[in-house]
Ligand binder design. Structure first.
Ligand code: GTP
Ligand code: MG
Length: 259
């Protein structure tokens, strides 16, 4: 095809290919979810259905994009980790980012009714996103630990805050009450005043959500004798587990293995 005289405008496009050999993290975050959650009357501090909607979208992301090897979600955010060798869209940052955000947002809208059958979607949800490169798998582990520690700190604070508010304190009083308290004090408060054992709260609230591929044994059929015939399959799984300590990573070394 002949070049038109306008062709030169292409040259203004920036080359935004991410550096090779780096792990890529795409983190998306719900825009104004403070308002979005209030408009849709999400339960405080954690709405199971809202979190499970986010998780279902993340599972679909891994099923759709084989280059995503791990995802971690908490509140209105999700981080997606792409392999350091990925050649997805030639590693172009704007392509990877815009595709992740738009695909996730579409999933969120499509799946809304599944998780909120009796609630109308009142406003179009939107997500912002960023791309970050990390040169080593170990830093990805630290990145994910950072998000999970944040999840813990926020969840413990919010659990105390909303219990205090529900017991009659104003939001300002609850905030003042919690100022300067340590993690231990908050656990004590929950137990003494509200009879809540923090460690017995749902793991999804305390640990956030991890999505990755794992070998899962599945019954495919029964033989004539009624014995189940099992096969191991590589499946996208959702788990609410600790990823700060070394245990998970030593049991799932293939996730962050470098080529
Ligand atoms: P931007 O991200 O800057 O646009 O603002 P944001 O309002 O989304 O705040 P941010 O991302 O910092 O925090 C997420 C907010 O979402 C929380 O502060 C809550 O208000 C809300 N949110 C997230 N998950 C839940 C939930 O399970 N229940 C309720 N009630 N609110 C939630
Ligand atoms: Mg947000």
């Amino acid at each position: 095809m002949a070049n038109s005289k306008y062709e030169y405008v292409k040259k203004f496009e920036a080359d935004d290919r991410l550096p090779p050999c780096n792990w890529i993290v795409v983190r998306i975050d719900g825009c104004h979810f403070h308002r979005f959650s209030a408009d849709h009357e999400f339960e405080k501090p954690n709405d199971k259905n809202a979190l499970n909607l986010m998780n279902s979208c993340a599972v679909s992301m891994l099923e759709h994009f084989p280059d995503i090897v791990f995802a971690y979600g908490v509140s209105d955010e999700y981080s997606f980790v792409l392999k350091e060798t990925t050649q997805f869209y030639q590693r172009r940052a704007s392509k990877i980012l815009s595709l992740s955000v738009s695909y996730f947002t579409s999933l969120y809208v499509m799946k809304w009714k599944e998780f909120f059958p009796n609630k109308e979607l009142k406003a179009p949800p939107s997500f912002d996103g960023r791309v970050i490169c990390y040169p080593r798998g170990k830093i990805i582990q630290d990145y994910l630990a950072w998000r999970q520690v944040d999840c813990h700190i926020n969840n413990q604070y919010n659990t105390c805050f909303w219990n205090l508010v529900n017991s009659g304190k104003t939001e300002r009083e609850a905030q003042e009450f919690l100022k300067g308290t340590q993690s231990k004090d908050k656990n004590e408060l929950l137990f003494q005043q509200f009879g809540i054992n923090y460690n017995e709260l749902p793991a999804m609230f305390r640990k956030g959500s991890c999505v990755y591929r794992d070998k899962v044994e599945e019954t495919v059929k029964q033989d004539k004798g009624g014995n189940s015939i099992k096969r191991t399959r590589n499946k996208v799984v959702l788990a609410h587990i600790d990823i700060v300590g070394p245990k998970f990573w030593s049991e799932h070394q293939y996730i962050l293995e470098e080529e």
